[in-house]
Design a protein around this ligand. Sequence first.
Ligand code: P6P
Length: 342
Amino acid sequence: MSGIKTLGQFIIEKQADFSYAKGELSRLLRDIGIAAKIVNREVNKAGLVDILGDAGTVNIQGEGQKKLDIFANTQFISALTSGGECCIVATEEEDEFVPIDSPVSKNAKYIVCIDPLDGSSNIDVNVAVGTIFSIYRRKSTDGMATIADVLQKGTEQVAAGYVIYGSSTMLVYTTGKGVNGFTLDPSIGEFCLSHPDLKMPEDGSIYSINEGNYVHFPKGVKKYIKYAQVHDAATNRPYTSRYIGSMVADIHRNLIKGGIYIYPTTASSPNGKLRLLYECNPMAFIVEQAGGFASDGFKRILEIEPVELHQRSSIFIGSKKMVRMAEQMMTEFALEAGAINM
Ligand code: P6P
């Protein structure tokens, strides 16, 4: 095992970095890693067993649930329940938050917000999907944790991460001291450190957006897309358009190569499509820790005050210079429309 550092070894090694480290956060990250390996096993053989396709149910988002959505949701809730470090799970797949009330969780200090399987509509066509998670410390000090413990700003996160089930399976996470990536080695069943201290390029030439919604985009987004398509060698334009339809995969690629992912308001998603608590906040924490930036077009994602569990937001996330340019164009038109007072 010389030279290999597993996720478990890395977590213990870094545990000293946590100002309140008594091992709980380490154990919580371990629990998430275990569930990710179980989900990975099913995702990898999805074409061979009866786990493809629709579950025949609809989540609170009004989205048809895939069998793997339900499977992944169950696996993460089960792992977090038996691990004993989590007192509430807020998941995209459940209408309400899930209180964890088990003998081993009596003194649990952490809240986990999770999208168990993001991009699941891609599973049936063998495109990368992902899990996204966010970890907060509970604020309340007695009794059962409540919704107030869940509705915390993104700046309050103590950790965040994603798993990408792609050509290889990777777990990428931060505890606020940089971002590290681990690749699953199936031969030993361990996530092994493969991308230490990930840094997002400050600029890039990849833009990721569903241009099929162009007619409904805000003017600032339309201007940014046209800007991306202008021929200007000095600024590496025209940019390359890359949109997988799986946020984790698009952001992971942009994290490594540089780029911007945008999901703005559209006709069908007037408040944005992506969920603040378990998609935007964790990805924003990770990207900012790697040197990038995340905005709703006007305001830093991590500063948004959540008011309800399944709250949605626009998101512009990626290389800092690209996000700032897009914000500039959004603000230009917002001023015109009188939407904001500068
Ligand atoms: P659209 C998947 O459903 C998801 O939440 C993200 O992973 C992805 O980037 C986006 O929605 C795709 O949405 O409307 O472009 O199909």
